[in-house]
Write a protein that binds this ligand. Structure first.
Ligand code: PRP
Ligand code: URA
Length: 211
């Protein structure tokens, strides 16, 4: 399904890997690997509209004009902690990307995001910021992270998440209608603790083996 604001990447590979990722019996090592693999597939889709520039290439037979993505165009911004699980895989696609970090955790009772860290590479008007967080639940964390990036001057942003709840998508659409959202799955709802159901549980805990 594709819409201007939300794109659910429903490629069979994504669906296959998401089923493995969601499985409660998937161990930490495999979970980490799957998060990276799915992030790669989502990043491919999220960067489909990136501008390229011409570059001369000499093949073994003749000169031709190739295209390239300018090396410093992309900035990856994981939301700590769980977004860290997506960084290495996406950075493998964009080896010259800068990486910013935004530290946020959800207060377990209010579900409001609490900010504890913010560090991003120097701004540039042509930079594209890929915000990475596996879970878009209430949308509070993603919305706050993107608001901070905008306050710092970022204008071209995209959010990549593995699983979204309708509430999170609505929140993003309301707060940041200019930021396209790419997800592997749009789940049914949030439960009374603000967890996405069916979801995959606590992404940070499953990535890092914490409880
Ligand atoms: C999780 C997740 C998102 C946030 C989503 O992080 O990684 O950042 O919750 O929820 P929201 O859409 O309702 O804000 P968490 O707060 O558990 O922190 P952690 O990654 O450090 O475990
Ligand atoms: N954070 C998670 O890690 N999982 C959820 O389902 C919701 C927020």
């Amino acid at each position: 399904m594709a819409a201007s604001h939300l794109t659910v990447v429903s490629h069979p590979l994504v669906q296959h890997k998401m089923a493995l990722l969601r499985d409660v019996n998937t161990p930490t090592r495999e979970f980490r690997q799957l998060v990276g693999e799915i992030a790669t597939l989502l990043a491919y889709e999220a960067t489909r509209t990136l501008e390229t520039e011409p570059i001369p290439v000499r093949t073994p037979l003749e000169m031709m004009e190739g295209r390239r993505i300018p090396g410093d165009r992309i900035v990856l911004v994981p939301i700590l902690r769980a977004g860290l699980g997506m960084v290495d895989a996406v950075a493998a696609l964009f080896p010259n990307a800068g990486v910013g970090h935004i530290g946020l955790y959800r207060n377990e009772e209010t579900l409001e995001p609490v900010s504890y860290y913010f560090k991003i590479p120097p701004l540039g008007s042509d930079k594209v910021y890929l915000v990475l967080d596996p879970m878009l639940a209430t949308g509070g964390s993603a919305s706050a992270a993107i608001a901070k990036l905008k306050e710092s001057g970022a204008t071209n942003l995209r959010l990549i998440s593995l699983v979204a709840a309708p509430a999170g998508v609505d929140r993003m659409k309301r707060d940041h209608p200019d930021v396209p959202v790419y997800v592997a799955a749009l789940d049914r709802q949030l439960n009374e603790h603000g967890y996405i159901v069916p979801g995959l549980g606590d992404a940070g805990d499953r990535l890092f083996g914490t409880q």
